[in-house]
Write a protein that binds this ligand. Structure first.
Ligand code: FES
Length: 124
């Protein structure tokens, strides 16, 4: 990355990053795992590893990222699934079994795992 020397450089960088963000959102499936202290204490590592195993097993192209505390300890481990053009789904109390279902059913077949959904943000 080049050095930022002016306000114009900063604006250009911002536009570039926004463009990258849009490209990422429009081209791939995203899984976001809550890895705050409460998430980890509740088993987020197991959920994350299970998701990774299932994704690797099927050779899927999925962008997996981590996030921190979002203030819903009681529902940890929390996992968000974002499929371009679909609602963003937040899953809670994600066990290894549910993590496997999320990959097999939601990510592969686009069937939401209803029993584990705790939130939904409608597509924009
Ligand atoms: S530490 Fe659990 S919700 Fe913040």
């Amino acid at each position: 990355m080049s050095k930022i020397k002016s306000l114009e450089d900063l604006r250009r960088l911002r536009v570039e990053q926004e463009r990258n963000e849009i490209t990422r959102q429009n081209t791939g499936v995203q899984v976001i795992v809550g890895m705050g202290t409460c998430g980890i204490a509740a088993g987020a590592r197991d959920a994350m590893l299970t998701i990774l195993e299932e994704i690797n097993k099927r050779n899927l192209k999925v962008n997996i990222t981590q996030t921190g505390c979002i203030g819903m300890c009681q529902h940890e481990p929390l996992i968000d699934v974002i499929i371009p053009g679909e609602d963003r789904i937040t899953y809670g109390l994600v066990t290894k079994d549910i993590a496997r279902k999320i990959v097999a059913e939601h990510i592969v077949n686009n069937n939401i795992v209803k029993e584990a959904v705790i939130g939904r943000i409608e597509k924009q």
